[in-house]
Design a protein around this ligand. Structure first.
Ligand code: COA
Length: 263
């Protein structure tokens, strides 16, 4: 530090961070020189390192990567993707098209993983207080809003991403990589939701990935953060494809179809 410029260290302290260290000729990320990470560290491990401060073991990396791969895209029916494509035709550039789409990832679209982690944690706390899991689920969901985060899907009777993700968690539990408590809680919620129902309310992608993030020890808000990282890839691909098609000012429906008039 140059004592003449910042004699009390107040300015340097203002931006104090454990994430990275920069000096002329030095870039350290969580204490690792960037030149040692380049070529040795996968993007998924980098995400973990930056958020958690340590490099994950290969099995944990595999689980995190599976969750990130699973949420990348859900086609233009998904509001985030449709918004990316419409925004890309408005002359605002790729960065703004991506940002517009990311801003639609909320409690009922892509962002439900955050609340799902909270729900599952609350159930496990209730169980930890000495009641059986089924009763804990009943008691806790009675205090939550009707639409439980991480369950239900507009298109899929069973979300095709659910089983491969949960199988990987099963495997990781069997091998002692993760504890499996959030997985147990998530399955118990699904069973409770579907008891006596003719049409299923399946665990959805936000639910299955929330299980992975919680099992890996990510705090609830980072479940949403992870979804944002993952879906940004699909958002960028769609925004770019739409840009290349050259269409200008694309609306949500073809212009030959007019919205119904409310009376
Ligand atoms: C995703 C979602 C918006 C889809 O909603 P939808 O297709 O319009 O579903 P509907 O509102 O028509 O519900 C159909 C039935 O399933 C039930 N249901 C759907 N999702 C439910 C949930 N998460 N919790 C409890 N019940 C649910 C509804 O009560 C309804 O029951 P009924 O047939 O007895 O009336 C909705 O399931 C939801 O809000 N889920 C929670 C948020 C979430 O996880 N979002 C991420 C989506 S990938």
């Amino acid at each position: 530090m140059n004592d003449n410029v910042d004699p009390t260290g107040a300015v340097a302290g203002w931006w104090a961070t454990a994430v990275s260290r920069m000096e002329p000729g030095v870039i350290e990320l969580r204490g690792h020189p960037v030149q040692e990470l380049i070529g040795t560290t996968s993007l998924t491990s980098m995400i973990w390192l930056m958020l958690r401060g340590e490099l994950p073991c290969p099995r944990r990396t595999r689980l995190l990567e599976a969750a990130l791969v699973a949420s990348v895209d859900h086609g233009p029916q998904a509001p985030s993707i449709a918004i990316a494509r419409m925004a890309a035709t408005c002359g605002i550039g790729l960065n703004n098209a991506v940002a517009s789409a990311v801003n639609a990832l909320g409690d009922s679209h892509g962002g439900a993983g955050e609340q799902c982690v909270c729900l599952l944690t609350e159930i496990l706390e209730a169980e930890g207080a000495g009641i059986d899991l089924e009763t804990a689920v009943e008691q806790v969901i009675a205090t939550w809003p009707h639409y439980l985060p991480g369950y239900g899907h507009r298109f899929h009777p069973v979300d095709p991403r659910r089983d491969p993700l949960l199988s990987l968690v099963d495997e990781a539990v069997r091998d002692g990589v993760v504890a499996g408590d959030h997985l147990r809680a998530a399955r118990a919620v699904e069973a409770a939701l579907n008891r006596g129902r003719a049409t299923p309310v399946p665990m959805n992608i936000d639910g299955a990935t929330a299980v992975i993030y919680a099992e890996l020890g990510f705090p609830a808000p980072l479940a949403r953060g992870m979804f944002v990282i993952s879906r940004s890839i699909g958002i960028l691909a769609h925004a770019w494809e739409e840009t290349q098609q050259g269409r200008r000012n694309k609306g949500p429906i073809p212009r030959s179809i007019l919205p119904a008039h409310l009376t």
